[in-house]
Design a protein around this ligand. Structure first.
Ligand code: F6P
Length: 548
């Protein structure tokens, strides 16, 4: 039981509240006018990422006060404990060591006195051997045909990471392979992923940390049926067409997958932090082991930055603190992540699990209710699509929505020259949006354009919407790793300040238990005691209308 003062009773918290009250909401127009050096000073560079945070409602004093809050709440001590392999996931009594997954071969990181780095590299080597055999055609299916299709079956952290990264790194993938991701227990997902595939050429990767997740086991069972039906029913086919990624060898074996075909990871890797573990096998097959290693090195670069950079230039710390500033002192409820890259179309969905499953908590690490806001709603889609949909609300609505804009200087190399030219237009939008959000358009500026007076309020942009701009030269495997690690550690910082356990996810359990209880009512018409009247009526309607 911690006896440190509650967050909201800390003097550092009170100082931030006073600062906020003194300042009202600082105006970006004024802040920039008063400080010509602001754009250069409020930039931090990490690896290939140039992170501009000058368009935030902050001054040097705001930053200093936020840093004091970080120090007072023990962010740095908890960070060091995480890197050392201490069991900072208190409710599950587990270490939190996704950073070990990308550590170099000669690193030493101990859990319960054992160096885990050799195990990490042994699995990476096994993955690389397998990926190379699939890519080269040496690994063949049951009938001797080479594998041309890879279907990853997993959900949550066992799906979102590889699915997102596969899209992100499409330009680096072997285009002769079809790689698909099945997650939803809705049979339509598996149907659409397999209906045009030849079972003789299809490899299923069953990805599940626990190997008990009902969606994944159900889909994997159906996939096995599809495969065996397609290949004449010989059970031996499973060994050539199914591999497993899991921490649970017993359950893998119970399912019928030879544990020789299992790639393991460990309980100190959280599901939403797992995609650079064995969970990344589908991605490694798609991009090859060397590119995968480049991605891990990108992660590691940001890990080292987070571990060692001074507070003033520590990017994950700064981003975490900015989120606290808006969420706790400006009542912002959500945070938009807006990548200006079509390849990052699944990036925000990936971050939703990372952030919202980590910091969507309302009790502190000791189990006491928190008296402060915790994680935001994270949302967003790639630019420029969002501009023609919901940006209206960001520009002129009543809500404060801090946003991250992520963009790249160069398009991917394989685009045609004509398509490459579109990149400048994409990026012109990228720069224009953060400018418009920050500085808006005053009524006088609108009037000066000859706009009739009655339309002036409608055409006025009050601006002052805070944004971070993350710019990199191009989207490479390393840059992707850097970006993800940046957000992982940002989430860590916020959880540490809010004193919540960012590494458990008890909030997903109740729905799972209730679904199991309701299912017999749907399938067999069983009487489910204890159903509330609304749910009972819905179930009855479902039974009545169900056609078969
Ligand atoms: O239900 C939530 C969750 O436990 C996530 O945290 C996890 O990423 C996902 O389910 C999948 O779990 P598993 O990898 O064990 O199948």
């Amino acid at each position: 039981m911690s006896d440190s003062p509650k967050l909201v009773r800390r003097p550092e918290w009170a100082a931030l509240e006073d600062h906020r009250a003194d300042q009202l909401r600082p105006q970006l127009r004024e802040l920039f006018a008063a400080d010509p050096g602001r754009a250069e000073r409020y930039v931090v560079t990490v690896g290939d990422l140039r992170i501009d945070y000058s368009k935030h409602l902050i001054t040097d004093e705001t930053l200093a006060l936020l840093q004091e809050l970080a120090t007072a709440t023990g962010v740095f001590g908890l960070r060091d404990a995480m890197f050392r392999g201490e069991k900072i996931n208190v409710t599950e009594d587990r270490a939190v060591l996704h950073t070990a997954l990308r550590a170099p071969r000669d690193a030493v990181i101990e859990v319960d006195g054992e160096n885990v780095v050799p195990q990490v590299h042994a699995v990476l080597d096994k993955m690389a051997g397998f990926a190379n055999r699939v890519r080269s055609g040496e690994w063949t299916g049951h009938t001797g045909r080479r594998i041309r299709n890879v279907v990853n079956i997993g959900i949550g952290g066992s799906d979102l990471g590889p699915a997102m990264a596969y899209e992100a790194l499409r330009a680096f993938t072997d285009r002769s392979l079809t790689v698909r991701f099945v997650s939803n227990v809705d049979g339509a997902d598996l149907h659409e992923a397999t209906h045009d595939l030849d079972p003789a050429e299809t490899l299923f990767i069953v990805a599940s940390k626990t190997f008990t997740t009902i969606e994944t086991i159900t889909n994997a069972t159906s996939a096995r049926t599809w495969l065996l039906e397609g290949l004449g029913g010989d059970d031996k086919a499973v060994a050539k067409h199914f591999v497993a990624l899991s921490t649970n060898a017993g359950k893998v074996s119970d399912f019928g997958i030879d544990t020789d075909n299992m790639f393991e990871f460990w309980d100190w890797v959280g599901g939403r932090y797992s995609f650079d573990s064995a969970i990344g096998l589908s991605l490694m097959i798609a991009i090859g082991p060397d590119r995968f290693r480049e991605m891990l090195d990108g992660f590691h670069l940001v890990d080292e930055h987070f571990r060692t950079a001074p507070a003033e230039s520590n990017a994950p710390l700064l981003l975490g603190l900015l989120g606290v500033w808006y969420g706790n002192f400006h009542d912002a409820q959500s945070h938009a992540v807006l990548p200006y890259s079509h390849y990052l179309s699944k990036f925000t969905a990936y971050l939703q699990q990372l952030d919202m499953e980590s910091n969507g908590k309302s009790v502190d690490r000791d189990g006491n209710p928190v008296e402060w806001q915790t994680g935001p709603v994270v949302w967003g889609t790639p630019g420029t699509n969002g501009q023609h949909a919901y940006y209206q609300l960001i520009h002129q609505g009543t809500k404060l929505i801090p946003a991250d804009f992520i963009g790249f200087v160069n398009p991917v190399a394989e685009l045609s020259d004509g398509l490459k030219k579109q990149h400048d237009l994409l990026m012109a939008n990228f720069f224009a949006q953060t400018q418009a959000l920050a500085f808006g358009k005053t009524p006088d500026e609108v009037r000066a354009e000859g706009v009739p007076e009655e339309l002036v309020p409608h055409k006025t942009f009050k601006g002052n919407h805070p944004t971070t701009t993350i710019l990199a030269r191009e989207l490479t495997p390393s840059v992707l790793g850097q970006l993800i690690a940046l957000y992982e550690h940002k989430v860590f910082v916020q959880g540490a300040i809010w004193n919540i356990d960012s590494f458990d996810q008890w909030g997903v359990e109740l729905g799972k238990v209730l679904a199991k209880r309701v299912e017999p009512a749907l399938t067999e018409g069983a009487d489910v005691p204890g159903l509330d009247s609304s749910t009972a009526a819905l179930v009855a309607t479902y039974r009545t209308l169900r056609s078969s």
